[in-house]
Ligand binder design. Structure first.
Ligand code: AMP
Ligand code: ZN
Length: 492
């Protein structure tokens, strides 16, 4: 498998440190507010990377921190007259909730900065003892950038070039403007912990190195985050580990491209953001997922609701197709030994689509290519069903639906798998009446079903709309879109 390593500026072969095992760490959010869909893009990308590594048979150990003490949290707490702990607790829970709604798997280890102070102090002490960090009279502790010979290698920067851009700090205590805080002395009203340098709290870069070392061991296979973290955050994390433990922090550094709106990075400070919560309140999570996976994780992704509406359509078509394949398999009229050339050709399409999916994903997680393979398989399955005239072999239809579900699962698109969803009340009888008619569906009953579905869709009540579509397909009818609006017709 090829993965793009930011540090190497190219794709490299993924060679796990321990055979069959991948240890990965992705920087988590600062919990001071609901996350926006730009943040969600990064977390979703790494969810898919993790799931695909599992699909390939790796045993993956995944750790992600929660930054629950930070300037932004303290500022929010002061604005709201609450403690930083209350604010962080609320938004940590909100983050976990929204990740569940989006279908992002829980990390195996989710350390919180405020509970890892001991490990951080130990690392800072190690750095001070080895001459890579120094305490100043105020009680701050700084990392000495020039003491680290490898500084700049993660982001591809040169220390002397950085110096040109460095602003002269008002803080005269730093020995060098490039140095950054490992520990910040307590200010009145701020959360603080005891340390050898007096009361204070950790700097932002401190926690990740300490947690990686404590929970996964250095070096790890993959360290990830958004591309805005390459410098200074990941550069600093790497410097801390290299100087403290004389080991690299990670073999491969992976970074996601930014989600943008009208070409501009989505961010809280620009105000051009949608929270993940508000989007998931209106759209199915898997439509958000399909939209995001249409773009390679390293490229910028321009978000729009129009594109998201398009993804809703793609998701519904996949859901409908899997149900149609299942229905066709259940009602197959052709025996296994009667397989036709068309059946065999379709089986070959299924295998080719699976291979195309794997080779796209093996090439630095090319989800756009992987989705193209899935949509290609969907087109060929629809053509197969349409041409079959009801003469379908059970094993062939099942193989196609199982493959679609297997590949979609590997991307975390799980809602295509049919569930035993109950029909909304009142529609059960209607569907039964419809089913008892031969030939064309009686207009009134068909219109009632279509109107109920349109109403559910208008209200974005996806479970209800799906249940109505299920009812329609369970009686062997499909919805056909015509210029005059949707009509019901018999399947095949
Ligand atoms: P933060 O809480 O600001 O550290 O952000 C959490 C994660 O979201 C980090 O990995 C960031 O790199 C990432 N991130 C922030 N903004 C965006 C964006 N517009 N698009 C993609 N990822 C982002
Ligand atoms: Zn980090």
């Amino acid at each position: 498998m090829q993965v793009y390593n930011t540090q190497a500026h190219r794709k490299v072969e993924l060679e796990p440190i321990e055979e069959g095992r991948i240890r990965m760490y992705v920087c988590g959010p600062t919990v001071y507010d609901q996350i926006h869909i730009g943040n969600a893009r990064t977390f979703l990308s790494f969810d898919v990377i993790r799931r695909y590594l599992m699909f390939k048979g790796y045993q993956v150990t995944f750790a992600q921190n929660l930054t629950d003490v930070d300037d932004k949290i303290i500022k929010r707490a002061n604005e709201q007259g609450r403690t930083a702990e209350e604010v962080a607790g609320e938004y940590a829970a909100a983050f976990i909730d929204q990740m569940h709604r989006l279908g992002v798997l829980d990390p195996d280890i989710r350390p919180r900065a405020t509970r890892e102070i001991g490990a951080m102090i130990e690392m800072i002490q190690g750095l001070v003892e080895q001459g890579n960090a120094y305490a100043v009279p105020s009680g701050d502790v700084y990392f000495s950038v020039r003491s680290c010979p490898t500084y700049g290698t993660v982001s591809g920067r040169n220390v002397d070039d950085l110096m040109v851009g460095a602003r002269i700090e008002e803080n005269g205590e730093k020995a060098d403007p490039l140095d950054f805080a490992l520990w910040k002395a307590a200010k009145p009203g701020e959360p603080s912990w005891d340390s050898p340098w007096g009361k204070g709290r950790p700097g932002w870069h401190t926690e990740c190195s300490a947690m990686v070392h404590r929970y996964l061991g250095t070096p790890i296979d993959i360290h990830g985050g958004g591309s805005d973290l390459v410098f200074p955050h990941h550069e600093n994390e790497s410097a801390q580990a290299t100087c403290c433990w004389h080991e690299r922090l990670a073999n491969v550094w992976m970074h996601t491209g930014m989600l943008t709106i009208d070409g501009e990075k989505m961010s809280k400070s620009l105000g051009n953001f949608y929270t993940l919560k508000e989007v998931l309140d209106r759209y199915p999570a898997d439509a958000v997922r399909l939209l995001m996976l249409q773009t390679h994780y390293r490229s910028p992704l321009d978000f729009s609701f129009k594109r998201l509406d398009g993804a809703v359509g793609s998701l519904e078509r996949l859901q409908g197709l899997v149900k149609n394949l299942r229905w066709a398999a259940d009602n197959a009229s052709t025996e296994e030994h009667e397989k036709s050339d068309a059946d065999r050709a379709f089986c070959a399409d299924v295998s080719a689509a699976r291979e195309a999916f794997v080779s796209a994903m093996d090439d630095d997680f090319n989800t756009a290519g992987a989705l193209a393979a899935i949509y290609g398989l969907a087109t060929s399955a629809n053509a197969y069903l349409a041409a079959s005239g009801g003469r379908v072999v059970t094993s062939v239809a099942l193989r196609a639906s199982d493959t679609l579900l297997e590949l979609l699962d590997a991307l975390g698109v799980e809602s295509v798998r049919p569930t035993a969803s109950d029909l909304p009340e009142g529609l059960v009888g209607l569907a039964a009446r419809l089913a008892s008619f031969e030939g064309d569906a009686p207009e009134a009953a068909a219109d009632a079903l279509l109107a109920a579905r349109a109403e559910a869709r208008g209200a974005r009540d996806w479970p209800r709309a799906d249940a109505i579509r299920d009812a329609i397909s369970s009686i062997g009818l499909v919805i056909e879109d015509t210029p005059a609006g949707p009509r019901l017709k018999t399947q095949g």
